[in-house]
Each structure stands twice: as structure tokens, then as C-alpha cells.
Design a binder for this molecule. Structure first.
Ligand code: HEC
Length: 164
């Protein structure tokens, strides 16, 4: 390859990289700057959950590879890089068999990201809550750590156990 061609292809590669980079930038939650992970819909199950009235939601908590390893090995506090995601849907009776429940519309996706330094003021966790892919307001983000900290501080602020 001659020098001009080499320079041109480097410039092209940089342009492609920059375009790709900006595509990857996702809306971030207020206060914490937490983003919705791109591939959370493919993550493994930690446990299902359910909330009765008034929300009537079916939920699942899933984790990235760092989270799954910490759960399996019983490592606490969770290491930096742990990401936990709680997905939720309206809870509706199955049209095929009424006693069964199926997920209706998606309601919220909530995220916790462990970074002991960055989030030192909130036990090492950053929080994000998203509706239709967009972060909700700052006031809602102020409630997250208060509740997790009041109830499960002794479990590194995490409610969900690995389902047996
Ligand atoms: C009033 C209490 C309360 C508040 C406020 C709250 N959570 Fe939770 N959170 C829970 C409970 C209880 C669970 C366990 C799963 C379930 O029952 O839905 C949970 C679970 C989670 C999980 C899964 C990991 C775990 O701890 O089990 C994430 C992620 C999460 N919450 C994020 C958030 C975010 C983000 C906010 C703020 C926008 C928030 N939570 C506010 C009570 C709360």
C-alpha cells in the first residue's frame, strides 16, 4: 500500500469509528449518568419477582457476566463492573388459560451499576430508571438509594437473591 492510500484508509477507519461511537451514546440517567446497557435483553436470569396492586407487575432481575460470577461465587460486596437490571411488565391473565399470567406492556427498566469510587456517596451503586428507553426525572432517582439503603444495606444494597 502506498503512503497516500494508507493515510486515506486510516482516515476512513477513524471516521467509521467516530460515527459508530456517537451511535453508541445512549441517554443517561440524571444524578448518576447510568445508561441502559445495549444488550441487557440477552442477560441471564437472577430471579423473577412480582408486585401486587397497585402496580400489578411481573418482573425479572438479570445480570451481566460480572454480576453472575459474583452471585455464583458468593462474592460481596459486588465488584466494580457489576450491572443489575430489573425489567418489569404489566401483569395480565393469559388469554389461553386464565389462571396463568403473561407479561403485558413493558413498564420500566431499572439499572444498578457498581463503581465503588464514582458512586462512593451511595454505597458504590449508580442507579438509572428508564421508561421506553428514556431516563425518568431526577426526583425519582433520589428515591432509589434511600429505599435500598434502608432495607438491604447489609447485603450490599441488593434485594434479589439468585433463584434456587
Ligand atoms: C420503596 C423501595 C424501593 C425504591 C424506592 C427503589 N427500589 Fe429498587 N428494588 C426494591 C425491591 C423490593 C427490589 C427487589 C425486586 C422487586 O421486588 O421488585 C428492588 C430491586 C431493584 C433492582 C434489582 C437488584 C436488587 O436490588 O434486587 C434494581 C436494579 C433496582 N431495584 C433499581 C432501582 C432504581 C434504579 C430505583 C430508583 C429509580 C429503585 N430501585 C428504587 C425496592 C425499591
Amino acid at each position: 500500500m502506498n503512503r497516500t492510500l494508507a493515510l486515506a484508509s486510516t482516515a476512513l477507519a477513524l471516521t467509521v469509528f467516530a460515527a459508530h461511537g456517537s451511535e453508541e451514546r445512549r441517554p443517561a440517567a440524571p444524578i448518576y449518568g447510568v445508561e441502559l446497557p445495549a444488550d441487557y435483553q440477552d442477560w441471564p436470569l437472577i430471579a423473577p419477582a412480582q408486585e401486587a396492586a397497585p402496580l400489578n407487575e411481573l418482573r425479572v432481575v438479570v445480570g451481566n457476566a460480572v454480576a453472575m460470577r459474583a452471585y455464583r461465587d458468593g462474592v460481596r460486596p459486588f465488584p466494580d463492573g457489576t450491572v443489575l437490571v430489573k425489567r418489569a411488565w404489566k401483569h395480565v391473565p393469559s388469554p389461553d388459560f386464565a389462571p396463568a399470567s403473561i407479561p403485558g406492556d413493558a413498564t420500566t427498566v431499572q439499572v444498578m451499576v457498581k463503581d465503588a469510587k464514582r458512586y462512593a456517596a451511595t454505597g458504590g451503586w449508580g442507579y438509572g430508571r428508564f421508561v421506553e428507553g428514556q431516563p425518568v426525572d431526577e426526583a425519582q432517582h433520589r428515591t432509589c438509594h434511600a429505599c435500598h439503603s434502608a432495607r438491604v444495606k447489609d447485603r450490599d444494597y441488593v434485594f434479589t437473591h439468585l433463584a434456587p
